[in-house]
Design a protein around this ligand. Sequence first.
Ligand SMILES: C[S@@+](CC[C@H](N)C(=O)[O-])C[C@H]1O[C@@H](n2cnc3c(N)ncnc32)[C@H](O)[C@@H]1O
Length: 268
Amino acid sequence: MKLLKQDEHTGMAFNCFYAGDAASLLRKYSTDVFDLTVTSPPYENLRNYNGYKFDAKQMLSAVYRVTAPGGVCVWVVGERIAGSRSLSSFEHAFIGRDVGWSVHDVMIYQKKNTPFPRSNAYTPCYELMLIFSKGKPKTFNPLKTPTVRNGWETAVYGKGPDAVNRKRAVKLKKEKVKNNIWQYAVGFGGSTADKVAFEHPAIFPEQLAKDHILSWSNPGDSVLDPMCGSGTTCKMAHMNGRNWVGIDISKEYILIAKKRLASINLST
Ligand SMILES: C[S@@+](CC[C@H](N)C(=O)[O-])C[C@H]1O[C@@H](n2cnc3c(N)ncnc32)[C@H](O)[C@@H]1O
């Protein structure tokens, strides 16, 4: 892989973490330097991150500027449910479009285990994954899934003049392109087996980050997580031969992320 040491115009480093407000720190990178962002904003204003009020418009604009033409930003957004839905995930889709992104897809991250039932509504089990792109995506490596039926099968291919179905043997494909609802187990052993990651309250699964990294980038590309929390995206980018940058406003979370990265470097 091509190891990027730094932004050649500004000297900002790759393959490292920064603590601070991402919208400000990203101003120190040149335009068009990242191929992919995989990130997840804080859950509304439920959590107060070092006194910062999260500004989705500012963050989505900052990420747009540093994204290369054809680059993608995967924005995994959960919603507050306090009596009723806040609809912030929909709001973020419109904000993203207003600041220049194309909404390439709206995917669903379905959680296999659902710890928070509601007494007067069905149990919430998903978050949206907004797939923003800067123009037409330049990379799409579709992930495949095994088909239920495969091998040889007799299939109807039309009717003869006697109105009787004509049949022939056809070979069914062993796999097909996945659909846009992705399911993951969450919690310890599901999201990750790194105990230290759970010192962060809201991580997403390693497999989710990996699936997006493989889908929307190639080895040697640069992957950003401007709200990296425990460093899930950065860990998966590193393990899959991508350059990466992780930013978080919280110094404590950056320490967790560094510990996770250090432990894979020790074990590889
Ligand atoms: C939902 S968490 C991300 C978790 C991460 N995906 C993981 O797997 O660990 C959102 C993160 O955004 C960070 N954050 C909030 N405002 C920020 C800002 N202005 N700049 C950088 N990070 C910010 C929070 O500290 C928090 O760790």
